[in-house]
Design a protein around this ligand. Sequence first.
Ligand SMILES: Nc1ncnc2c1ncn2[C@@H]1O[C@H](COP(=O)(O)OP(=O)(O)OP(=O)(O)O)[C@@H](O)[C@H]1O
Ligand SMILES: [Mg+2]
Length: 1014
Amino acid sequence: MAPALDRGDDDSAEPHARTPAQRYAEFRDRQSHPELASFRALYDFEFDDFQVRACTALNDGSGVLVAAPTGSGKTVVGEFAVHLALQRGLKCFYTTPIKALSNQKYADLVRRYDSRTVGLLTGDNSVNGEAPIVVMTTEVLRNMLYAGSGTLKGLGYVVLDEVHYLADRSRGAVWEEVIIHLPESVRLVALSATVSNAEEFGDWLDDLRGGVTVIVDEHRPVPLWQHMMAGNRLYDLFTDPAGTRVNPELMRMAQRDRAVQQPALATGRSRPARGGRAGRPGGRAGHAGGRAGRNGHGGPPPGRARSPYRPEVIARLDAAGLLPAIEFIFSRAGCDAAVQQCLAAGLRLTQPDEAATITDFVERRTVDIPDEDLAVLGYREWLTGLRRGIAAHHAGMLPTFKEVVEELFSAGLVRVVFATETLALGINMPARTVVIEKLDKWNGETHAELTPGEYTQLTGRAGRRGIDVEGHAVVLWQPGIDPAAVGGLAGTRTYPLNSSFRPSYNMAVNLTGQVGRARAAALLESSFAQFQADRGVLDLTRQVRRNKEGMAELAGKMACDQGDFAEYAALRRELSDLEGDLSRRRAVARRTEAARSLEALRRGDIIRVPGGRRAGMAVVLEPGPGSGRAADRDARGPEPRGRGRAPDPRDGRGAGSRDRRDAGSRGNGHGPDTSGLAALGGHGPLVLTANRQVKRLSLADFPVPVEAVDRIRIPTSFSVRSPQHRRDLAASVRNRLAGRDVAGPQRVADWNGGAGDRPGPAGPGSPDQMITALRRRLRRHPSHGCPGREEHARYAERYTRLKRETEALERKVASRSHVIARTFDRVCAVLESLGYLTGDTVTAEGRLLGGLYSELDLLAAECLRRGYFSGLDTQELTACVSALSFESRQTDDAAAPRLPSAKVRDVLGRMVRAWGQLDELEKEKGVSFLREPDLRFAWAAYQWAGGARLEDVLESADLTPGDFVRAVKQLIDLLDQIAAAPVRGAAGRDLRATARAAIDSVRRGVIAYTAVTD
Ligand SMILES: Nc1ncnc2c1ncn2[C@@H]1O[C@H](COP(=O)(O)OP(=O)(O)OP(=O)(O)O)[C@@H](O)[C@H]1O
Ligand SMILES: [Mg+2]
């Protein structure tokens, strides 16, 4: 695949002017592909080449993988599959990863055909599921496949829109399951964003299903221009159309920036800036009106480029005709604050008549929402922003509000949207310009830098096909930003699609139930995950073979007619390893001893600095920061945070000091304690030297331990600043030492030979003895006398290096071969030991598990079979089940969650304990799938099921409306599965009834009126 640098060059071909040759091709097309011809007539634009190629392949009976940039028109290909199915009397399922996208697609198709022909299945919605055309989420199709649903009969085509979701860590496996399990007769239409390994993915599809044509198109239909904005000026990021030369003006600005920021930012690392002020979540909204606040410190220092001020950015884009724009801010609170900032700054992007249209539209779309809820949802403030053409868009918002924003933006009424990156996933909401505020985002744990793939995805929204001649991407200037790094992000346009597939418990019972263990393992071996692993293995194996050939050649060259040279070389190696090891250990021991000796120094000690620039006599004015610590630690014993490690036998100290050693000498797994290194942190004592200078010494000044040769009293009134004091003290030291031999107590060499300090016993079997013995054996070896010895040895050396490298490669190959099937075996081992599987048979419990599609599938199944939920009322059941479906965004919240009743507390406690047992079992079998149940939604779920007001629930749960709606919908999904679970007997009947009642009790108010949305 050619590097994607051909943007902006040739987009001038007038799409509608056709040459005679093209017209002839179309004529032939009508003859040979009548279905395609009738399909093309449905559109008022000409198809692009890639669309024609893909549709033709489909028409000819092939499946297709289409990889093309965002907004290039892949949907057309999916719609052709719908068209073909109807023409041929077959069914077509159109799958999307997101409910909102499914809704959108459903509406489109109903408009084209009619509501009898098209159905919708999203979990929330079930409309006409037996129609010939059904739009559904990919999960719905997966569940159908496992259930062997009759709806699959007559299925001819499956469209997998946004198939690159396959790489998604939590949901990606579903796509592979679908692709693996669909009957071979079904033609697949996989639509993907541009990925660098489309061919690889296509090869897999073709291997697996046969007859798949890969269509890759890298051309963006609307060219994209890259810019940076500093202050209120827009700069081109590149000076050439190919996007290879970064604008020198920007580079100079960055240089000036660095010069001014020295030394604070002089870390030498070249990377985009992090944590720019303009983007601080919830940051400077309060100051938005006043300019002083915008840079946090009241404006930039002179000579430094300024991070642009948000309202100014928008005003500038407006003036340049670059709206509508999406500005990405990777925090929900940041998006809300940005809207407030723009409002406070008096920004208004709409005319009065537009504002009136907006109000009308919003009122119509929110007519179902009761007034009391509107107040809780922040309706007034939201509407104020919308009327001025400004809005936020993120997952914390009520889905209905999010949709209204999308609709108003598409209609051109809302002109600026501050969005989190969720907007870039799937939702079709293109803009003229995309602004990126910072080049890193908070992923919940750390700041992660934007990858080229993400950058492409975000900026892919810029440039609306059929509306804009070109799209624009604008990166805002931040202190410390590196334009070259921005250029790197913008220049690399594709990223690889990597499988995230792994077997799960639910998958294991479903697969085994359908096809048996052996065939299930074989099916899993056919996953893209294993395909990719195998490809990697292929390369590795090739390398191993080449290495082995090289080794054979080297073995020939080192052959010696006097004796077995391989044996001789092994002896030499052993000897040099042993010597190297000993000298390393000695060096460590020496440095450790030196550090300890420094710690022992006290004020007034007269020392001899053995080496370095400060060699000579000196008197200690102030011991180093680490001094005296060792003694403290000895007295205190192991530090409490030590994880119960045994005391270190090598130096008799406690676990605490061992922790320190680990920190101080990482990377050398052997050798004695070097705690002093860490404790000193490079700072030794402050001394007065013989020539009356005050110096801070460091460990580097002490290649050997130091010992006080004498001691002198330093008056408490002594001041290092006073030349007189320094002179006096130096004189006293000289006097004290007069006439004494103060030659250093030890030289490095002496010390190395000093017996007591050896890092190992010196008796028989000691390193020294072993070295002597080895040397003797070496001398006696027949090859030792060979005249070609050193030449042989050089080859032997190379042979050994290659051998070690090859062994490492072979280990890698072993770990990747059949990795999926091996994981599957472990999963089955867990299931067998719990009785969900016996060999090839799925037990009754296993069937129960097969109907639970939760991340905590196995724990949910355990709860059901152990009867934890029996006897609970609807409210209690809702609360308990929420612990399985909910996962909080906050990972570090240590506070104990509020829990409803004693009964709920008891059941939740049992659930957590059950999880603990499963976790143990997983460890024993070598897998780790189950996270701990999350109790932080139980209280809100209980209240909501009991009829509490939205306001009260949101407040007590500290959740945004968007999060709340999502959490309840996930809860309903799981309750739904429980309501269908085949738990036996009266208890089962009761549980199913309670689960259904629980669903009814939570599907009300805000949940009911947002039911049609995601
Ligand atoms: N050949 C064409 N000529 C002009 N406009 C087209 C053409 N094909 C598609 N379009 C229009 O381009 C827009 C984007 O198309 P579409 O949504 O299919 O893109 P996509 O490739 O699916 O992008 P995404 O990756 O965002 O899903 C639509 O408005 C569509 O009508
Ligand atoms: Mg699309």
